[in-house]
Unconditional design. Structure first.
Length: 202
């Protein structure tokens, strides 16, 4: 393989990002199939899958990462306060206060130059008080559920970000996304089910 071909392949790889949220919609999806680009995950994702980049905002998760030497297995990003206390931890690029680490991962993927961003496990919805609302719900460093208010803020930020980044194509993978997202869909935001995602993009 020639050098130019290698450079082209590297460029294509770097242009594609898979942002992995921890919503239950991805429960039956095999994350190891995400091989055409960099993977951006958050919080406890490492328990099941090691992404290229991993994000968190709170000290409890950062402590958990450190205990398991996650910083030696992938590039980890957190706040300046948490990063300063730990060797091998990186400050989230151009940090600004957003709703959650999932939002930070989307923003960073774009800043890394990715212009085709797939979102897996970004449910943007609450399933109910007695239902699974997060893959790690009820486990160490996780509460029982996320509030509707938090989802609402995240949706608002996401749609605004998509609208601002017209040079980027966003693909939200979900089988039953909320009406709020459907109503506000933009020309650079596509919503497709998991089956279509696997057939056309993997």
């Amino acid at each position: 393989m020639g050098q130019n071909q290698k450079e082209t392949q590297r460029s294509i790889f770097e242009m594609i990002a898979y942002c992995i949220g921890n919503g239950p919609s991805r429960k039956n999806f095999d994350l190891t199939k995400l091989s055409k680009g960099a993977t951006y995950g958050c919080n406890a994702l490492y328990r099941d899958y090691i992404p290229t980049y991993l994000f968190c905002l709170d000290g409890e998760i950062a402590d958990e990462w450190e205990e398991n030497d996650i910083q030696t297995k992938c590039k980890v990003y957190t706040t300046m306060y948490e990063a300063k206390k730990r060797k091998g931890f990186n400050v989230i690029p151009n940090f600004e206060k957003l709703v959650c680490s999932g939002d930070q991962s989307i923003k960073t993927a774009y800043q890394h130059g990715c212009r085709q961003i797939f979102l897996i496990g970004y449910d943007f919805m609450e399933y109910g008080p007695k239902m699974l609302n997060n893959m790690y719900q009820g486990s160490r460093n996780y509460g029982v559920r996320i509030t509707k208010e938090e989802f609402g803020k995240s949706i608002k930020w996401f749609l605004k970000f998509v609208q601002e980044k017209q040079d980027c194509n966003f693909v939200l993978v979900h089988d039953a996304i909320t009406e709020k997202i459907k109503q506000d869909s933009l020309n650079n935001l596509n919503i497709i089910p998991y089956k279509q995602f696997e057939e056309e993009h993997l």
